[in-house]
Ligand binder design. Structure first.
Ligand SMILES: [Zn+2]
Length: 257
């Protein structure tokens, strides 16, 4: 049982020399296989040279179960992930498998690409990290990457990070009524959520371009971001999104009050 060629091609493309969104063992990709399982990069493989044998096919259920009954530590977590493997392979899946499973499941997407691109991480390791997630500089960025990215402060990799990503992704979906396309992990990297491997590459490319534009705008004296109204308009559903944002803000106020 081999991973689909589209997943192999996406993984290699992300690490191509002209992109270098991931070097050495950095980054990981996943693709839904069927209702019960998905493919994810196995530990010990490099995106640049990965082949079909570099992926593990994993059942969703035991991984999602960890979110409600957390294992005692990283060793137990890795063992649960290895036991969830159903393709006959024995190596461990990536340590970041838990957030892949959760996002594929919760957000109803087909493909996840997680990388550490230098232009994105320059900003995510700076005081502008949250602003990069919150704002859009150009219409194409808004359309391809969504009206906003989910921002996640630095958390230990593994299940603690996956839990924080879930909490913040759910808040985003409450606001916008749809899954995010980009999640930004402070001091860490980028997650693109897509319906196809080709789209995961497009979203990753556009997020990197957005980071490069913001970097340049900061160097040119400071960015002038698109207004929230213009971003929502270009994302086509201004009234509906605005209504959800109001509703979400009221809920937040209610919780705080
Ligand atoms: Zn990572």
């Amino acid at each position: 049982m081999d991973a689909p060629d589209s997943l192999v091609q996406l993984s290699r493309a992300l690490a191509q020399p002209d992109r270098r969104y991931a070097i050495i063992g950095e980054g990981n990709t996943s693709l839904r296989a069927d209702d019960d399982s998905f493919w994810v990069k196995a530990s010990g493989h490099q995106l640049a040279t990965i082949g079909p044998e570099g992926f593990a096919r994993i059942r969703f259920a035991p991984i999602l179960e960890m979110f409600d009954n957390p294992p005692s530590g990283l060793d137990e977590e890795r063992e649960i992930m290895r036991a969830a493997r159903i393709d006959g392979g024995t190596s461990y899946p990536s340590v970041e498998t838990s957030f892949h499973a959760m996002l594929l499941w919760d957000c109803s997407v087909q493909c996840i690409a997680h990388t550490h691109p230098i232009p994105v991480n320059r900003l995510l390791c700076s005081v502008h990290a949250e602003s990069f997630a919150k704002h859009r500089t150009c219409p194409d960025e808004a359309v391809v990457c969504g009206p906003e990215s989910v921002f996640v402060p630095y958390v230990d990799p593994g299940l603690p990070l996956a839990l924080e990503i879930r909490r913040r992704t759910r808040a985003y979906m409450e606001t916008y009524g749809e899954a995010p396309k980009v999640i930004l992990l402070a001091n860490h990297g980028l997650i693109a959520l897509a319906q196809t491997p080709a789209d995961a590459l497009n979203i990753s490319d556009m997020a990197v371009k957005g980071a490069e534009i913001l970097w340049g705008a900061l160097a040119a004296g400071g960015p002038v971001f698109m207004s929230e109204a213009d971003v929502l308009h270009i994302c086509r559903r201004p009234d509906e999104i605005y209504r959800r944002k109001l509703f979400s803000a009221e809920q937040t106020r209610g919780r705080e009050g």
